[in-house]
Design a protein around this ligand. Structure first.
Ligand code: IPE
Ligand code: IPE
Ligand code: MG
Length: 237
């Protein structure tokens, strides 16, 4: 990858893991098989992010809207998270720190416990910061931030005039990550679907028709190359 030396690698990449269902359908398999395959891609791509020198990666795994799916599919996805979290310690040699964003209160107590265990286990790892968005919605996250700020006002710790963009950002689930530089969405859909809507205000976007289970490190490299070739102006000239 010597040609990558001159690449401008994004610090924070957001990935919408979409297309699992269609991947399975094409193979006449149940949708949950697509999710299982997608979980394997998650591992491969996370390693590839680390190898490319990306510092933060946030994956959209389950949205606040995904509860609208048939119960058996929701159950299959939740089972997969549980199994995956049981297995995550085998990832330890990678030195990757995994954390979760989203509203955990709707998840089962056992899943919540495993999430907390994984976060504790990975706490000191520092080669890559990986956030998994589970029961995450950008609007829900902003609502939550506003509620936290309102509590501070109510306690008299701050006044309404103290509320600025920085404070809103600091009360988001992603408070410890920088703004997202590049959002990748496979599967051919051209939308955010409520992912990182605040953080992505100045992100670059990369869309591809490849379905998530088929997404390869070469596809990540293509997305990074595309990012690297762009001119970000942030409103300037
Ligand atoms: C993304 O794949 C995974 C989740 C939303 C949990 P989909 O399940 O949305 O796959 P498609 O879009 O139906 O192909
Ligand atoms: C977005 O994918 C959510 C995740 C990948 C977790 P969806 O498949 O749910 O998005 P829509 O419904 O096509 O917008
Ligand atoms: Mg989808």
């Amino acid at each position: 990858m010597s040609e990558n030396i001159a690449l401008n690698v994004p610090v924070h990449v957001g990935i919408i893991m979409d297309g699992n269902g269609r991947w399975a359908k094409k193979r006449l398999m149940p949708r949950k098989m697509g999710h299982r395959e997608g979980a394997k891609t998650f591992r491969t791509i996370t390693r590839a992010c680390k190898n490319m020198g990306i510092k933060y990666v946030t994956y959209y795994a389950f949205s606040t809207e995904n509860w609208a799916r048939p119960q058996d599919e929701v159950d299959a996805i939740m089972d997969l998270f549980e199994k995956y979290l049981d297995d995550v310690k085998s990832f330890a040699d990678e030195n990757i720190r995994i954390r979760f964003i989203g509203d955990r209160s709707k998840l089962t107590p056992s899943l919540q416990q495993k999430m907390a265990d994984v976060e504790k286990f990975c706490e000191k790892f520092d080669s890559l910061d990986c956030f998994l968005a589970i029961n995450y919605g950008g609007r829900d996250e902003i609502k939550h931030s506003v509620q936290e700020i309102a509590k501070k006002v109510q306690r008299g710790e701050i006044s309404p005039e103290d509320i600025d963009e920085k404070l809103i950002t600091e009360n988001l689930y992603t408070a410890e990550a920088p703004p997202v530089d590049l959002i990748i969405r496979p599967s051919g859909e051209l939308r955010l679907s409520n992912f990182l809507i605040w953080q992505a205000a100045y992100a670059e976007y990369y869309f591809t028709d490849i379905l998530w289970p088929d997404f390869k490190p070469e596809d990540l490299e293509k997305a990074v190359k595309s990012f690297s070739d762009r001119n970000r102006r942030f409103g300037g000239v």
